[in-house]
Every structure is written in structure tokens, then in C-alpha cells.
Design a protein around this ligand. Sequence first.
Ligand code: SAM
Length: 292
Amino acid sequence: MLENKSSVLGVAGHVARNVMLGFQQKFLAQSADRILEPAMVMNVDDQLKQYAEGGESGGLAIAYELIIHKFQQIAPEKGQALDICSASGVLLSKLAAMRKDVQFTGIDLAPLALQLGRKRVQSQGLTNVDFKEWDMRRLDSFPEKDFDLITWNLAMHHCDSTDEVVGVINGALKLLKKNGVLFICDVERAKTRDLAVRLSEEMKPYVGDILYEDTLNSYLAAFTFGEFAQILGRTHWQGYEHFHPALGNFFQFACTKVQHKHPQVSRNTRGKTPLALKIDTFLVKNMMLGKM
Ligand SMILES: C[S@@+](CC[C@H](N)C(=O)[O-])C[C@H]1O[C@@H](n2cnc3c(N)ncnc32)[C@H](O)[C@@H]1O
């Protein structure tokens, strides 16, 4: 009982600090320049393991909540989907479990990630996910097209230039059906280096040391909201919306405007999430996503 109480207080403190950091991110001037990710491709066993743990029940699961919330509103009800930079498919398998009527292909350049992804979907009994080794910079020559949905999550910051991002988005648009949905989410670059450090420190209790470093690197490698707005303006994409979640402004989304909203689908909860994180996720979702 006492333990639960202190865990709730701990989580409340964590959420309060995150909200404070969110306000600072919103109002501080941008002083942190972009620092490229040290390793663009994730092909190291321990790194992938921590990434997967983080996505299943650690700090990354909170980011996934934000993505899933929006995804549920815009994902088509059936058809073919392409997930660019799917890594070992932790998020992809969550999306695929919610949309069994959609056939997903996950692509990544890291063979080890794909191998783990295949094992993951097999162990979860998901028959609607395939993986393919493919470079996101070569979408132009991807063998399939006419996708109903293309997702690109938490990976734009792995591009080494704005030109590369424009190329990936234009490449994705060529693979999309006329009324298909393109869905992009990434973190936003921290306004200051100190903010990037403090944000990553908040994640530290929930992630391993490698994922902690990865988180810090991502906050420094990401594009600012303004940079991404300019990138989007240079693409062939018409009719997109680009926005921050209501308060969760370390994340930014760009997605095709969808007129109709699909009903919420039941969530695939496997009961592995620790109580503290469930509360955290619940609070974050309700505080930050009310207006999404
Ligand atoms: C941070 S992970 C994102 C994973 C996943 N989308 C998610 O939301 O959890 C970024 C992934 O991009 C992949 N990647 C980096 N450069 C790539 C490229 N040129 N082509 C394909 N995948 C690439 C990395 O190997 C890594 O798995």
C-alpha cells in the first residue's frame, strides 16, 4: 500500500517535471544546433534489446502511446501499409495487432533488427506483418506500391540532411495510393543542450544506459518544428497537417488530413507494463492528448 503510494507520488513528480520541461521547450529560444546521430543504423544486439524493452514497458512506451492515439484516428480500416525504419518492430507489432485487416511491411537497413522483428511477430502470432531489408533513401525503386498507409515513426532524425528527409517523403508519396494516408512522427530537437540532458534524465529510471544515450542523441539530432515545416513545404505533399500534441511538444506529427474518424479499436494489452508506467502513460495521455 505504502509502496503504491510512493510510486504514485514518484510518478506524479515525474509527470509534473515533464510538463515543466515541456513549457521550457515551448518558450525558450533555440540554441542547440543539430548534432547528427553517431550511428544512423541500429544493428547492435544490446541496443536493440534495450530499445525493445523501452518500447514494451519502459520510457519509450509513453512515446508510443502518443503515436498510437493519433494512429487510431487516421489509420484506414483495411489495405496495405508500409512502415519505414521499423527497427525490430516493437511499435509496428502494436499497430498491426490493432489493425489485423491491414497487411504491414516493415523496412529497415539493419538485418539484426529485422531478424528480431520476424521473431517478435511470430511469437505474437501476428500474420499481417512482413519485414524487408531496404534503405529508406531508395523508396523510388521499392518493388511494391499503391499503399493505403505509410508510417515513419521516430526515425526522421536518422537522416543526415534536410534534403534526405525531402527525398524520403517524396519517395513515400510515390508509393502511396491517391487517397492513402502518410503518417510521420518524430521528436523535436531540444531548444537547449541542457534541456536535452534533463529530458533524457527523466527517462533514465525507465530505460537502460544505451537507450538513455540514444534518447539524448535523438533530442539533439532531431529537426526543430520550424525546420520540419520548411522540409514539408519543399515536398510534393499536398493537404498535410503538421502539429504538436497539445502540450507534449517534444513530439511533432505530420499526417494526411483525414475527414472521417475511425472508431477506437480495442487495445492489445499484454499485461507487462508496470503499474507506475501505466499511471504515467494514463496521465500523460490525458494531460497532453485531450485535444489531439
Ligand atoms: C529510432 S529507430 C525507430 C524505430 C521504430 N520506427 C520505432 O518507432 O520504434 C530508427 C531506425 O531507423 C533505421 N534506419 C536508419 N537509417 C536507415 C535507412 N537509411 N534506411 C532504413 N532504415 C534506416 C535504424 O536502423 C533504426 O532501426
